[in-house]
Design a protein around this ligand. Structure first.
Ligand code: SF4
Length: 557
């Protein structure tokens, strides 16, 4: 069986994974660099290239371990039989932010050597602060730990395959501070790391390999303890079997749907306060919200959730919703952006993984309640994927938004606000107009959930500033737009080919490489999806008004 580092890490998650997994899918379970980033290869290659240097590209090495396990890893470049380079689709930010305390100073764990390569710095005395950071490097539950593990496995294979050669392995990660000048990429796009100074890397690899073999030999399909860090439910690195292993949990009303479930629950007993970890409870059979004794729910928001679940009802704070909506100024603009995060910045002013705005949708409600259909007063823009049309998008948007000073409704304002701030940096000529737009943003999430300062300004106090304004069991503990709209329009997003932001940017990314007919179809799907996002905001507000009173209007209130 062939395995690479991500396969080994997956087999290490728990005992059950091996029994559930088809061994033939063990190789490359996740995390390999895709073609879209081949430009990264070219940039590094141009940096490494010197006449008379021998460069071998995209080498796959395998090494037969034990028990029919063959380790397999890819290496991007081997240079002069000396240095080996591997590119990673991550930024170096998290690694460079690792700092430990020494003599009241904060020191960076990785520092640049004279060759410009980051290496680990061990202090003379290992302090607790340093050890904590080191533990992160060894942890398979941390992104950074997974990067180090893959480095360790690649080094291990190199040494086994070429025991007499002293290869030096470098990892090349993206520098998130780099800004593309729109002309050519420089070597500032990336940082080089040499992790070989981290102690005990071989031991980590061998422990993980033997643990994997043990799990494979056990081949035990029966349920095991659910461990938050191993399963990583709803996280980027989620185990592919969570749907199966968590299928005994009720939909929408599981114990995990409690707000801040990661904080656990506190029981006041005769012997004092007893803390219950949520996953401990889960493994002890407390699977539903209703399995948790009400006396353990000290928080008002959790009690409100529980009330809704016990009564299968909708909770809403009429006065807060009403007063919040009354701050809206007509005509109302409903705005939503779609953006593409790319490892290699494509346009001037962008950085690795910065979100490049390629689409907006805008509904305009000139007269209150006038948007009787989704196509009424709707405007959209989708940039040509082969061109930099960000300025056209911005100009077009400013023209539509700048006719009045009224409310611009968005959902979860941070995203739109940050994109606008970035566009302001890139196109400073529109600074004033963008600042005006930002000052008019109205976050609908503040109304359905809560925003302390917003409600403080409206005269609310104490508990009202902490408690959420709306809840229904169908929210499953989430206030995402896609969840909230279902309370008011259960059919929203049904029959749409693109129905979330990730699908949207992935479809947009492919547009450059497909036939014109296929590209037109994708464009239409993107248009329909983003249009539904802005119409959902309108429909949520309509639904909230109905809750207040069937004939409530903002204008006449
Ligand atoms: S979901 Fe959790 S318990 Fe199930 S296989 Fe994955 S890691 Fe193991």
């Amino acid at each position: 069986m062939l395995v690479n580092s991500s396969a080994v890490l997956n087999y290490n998650r728990c005992r059950r994974f091996a029994a559930l997994n088809d061994p033939f899918t063990a190789l490359y379970l996740s995390g390999d660099f895709s073609d879209e980033n081949s430009v990264f290869h070219d940039i590094l290659l141009s940096h490494l290239y010197q006449p008379n240097r021998e460069i071998r590209k995209n080498i796959n090495l395998t090494y037969e371990f034990e028990h029919e396990i063959t380790l397999s890893e890819n290496y991007d470049f081997i240079i002069d039989d000396k240095n080996v380079y591997c590119l990673l689709p991550y930024t170096s930010t998290e690694i460079l932010e690792l700092k430990y305390k020494e003599d009241k100073q904060k020191l960076q764990l990785f520092t640049k050597n004279s060759l410009g390569v980051y290496t680990i710095r061990y202090p003379e005395i290992i302090t607790r602060s340093f050890q904590e950071k080191l533990d992160k490097l060894y942890s398979a539950y941390e992104t950074i730990g997974r990067v180090v593990f893959s480095y360790a496995l690649k080094s291990y294979i190199l040494k086994k395959v070429y025991p007499k050669k002293n290869y030096q392995l470098y990892y090349v990660l993206l520098n998130s501070d780099y800004k593309y000048d729109g002309i050519s990429y420089t070597d500032k796009l990336y940082h080089q790391f040499d992790f070989s100074g981290i102690k005990n890397l071989n031991e980590i690899v061998e422990i993980a390999l033997f643990r994997m073999i043990n799990h494979l030999e056990l081949n035990d399909f029966t349920p095991c303890m659910l461990v938050k860090k191993a399963c990583e439910k709803n996280q980027t690195n989620e185990c592919k079997f969570t749907k199966f292993c968590y299928s005994h949990l009720p939909e929408n009303t599981s114990i995990l749907a409690y707000f801040n479930s990661h904080l656990g629950f506190n029981e006041l007993a005769d012997e004092g306060n007893i803390h219950h970890d949520t996953y401990d409870l889960l493994n002890d059979g407390y699977v539903s919200m209703q399995d948790v004794p009400i006396s353990w729910l000290k928080d008002q928001n959790r009690l409100m959730q529980r009330y809704c679940v016990d009564n299968q009802s909708l909770y809403y704070h009429l006065d807060k919703i009403k007063k919040g909506l009354m701050t809206l100024k007509y005509p109302i603009y409903y705005l939503d952006f779609e953006a593409l995060p790319q490892a290699i910045p494509k346009f001037i002013g962008e950085s690795p993984y910065s979100q490049s705005v390629f689409q907006y949708s805008l509904h305009i409600e000139n007269q209150e309640n006038e948007l009787s259909s989704i196509s009424k007063n709707h405007f959209g823009f989708i940039a040509n994927p082969n061109k930099d049309e960000r300025e056209d998008l911005l100009k077009n948007l400013i023209k539509l938004l700048s006719q009045t000073d009224s409310s611009i409704v968005v959902y979860n304002k941070t995203f739109e606000k940050t994109r606008l701030e970035e566009l302001k940096e890139i196109f400073p000529n529109y600074r004033k107009e963008i600042d005006r737009i930002i000052s008019r943003l109205f976050d609908l999430l503040d109304i359905v959930k809560i925003n302390k300062s917003f409600y403080q300004e409206l005269g609310f106090k104490d508990e009202d500033l902490e408690t959420y304004n709306l809840y229904h069991p169908d929210l499953n503990g989430s206030y995402s737009l896609k969840k909230v709209i279902k309370l008011f329009n259960p059919d929203a997003y049904d029959n749409l080919i693109i129905n979330d932001g990730v699908k949207a940017y992935k479809a947009y990314l492919k547009m450059a490489d497909i036939s014109p007919i296929e590209a037109e179809n994708t464009k239409r799907d993107l248009f329909l999806y983003c249009r539904q996002d802005t119409y959902s905001m309108y429909q949520i507000i309509q639904g909230l008004k109905q809750l207040i009173s069937p004939d409530f209007t903002v204008k006449n209130s």
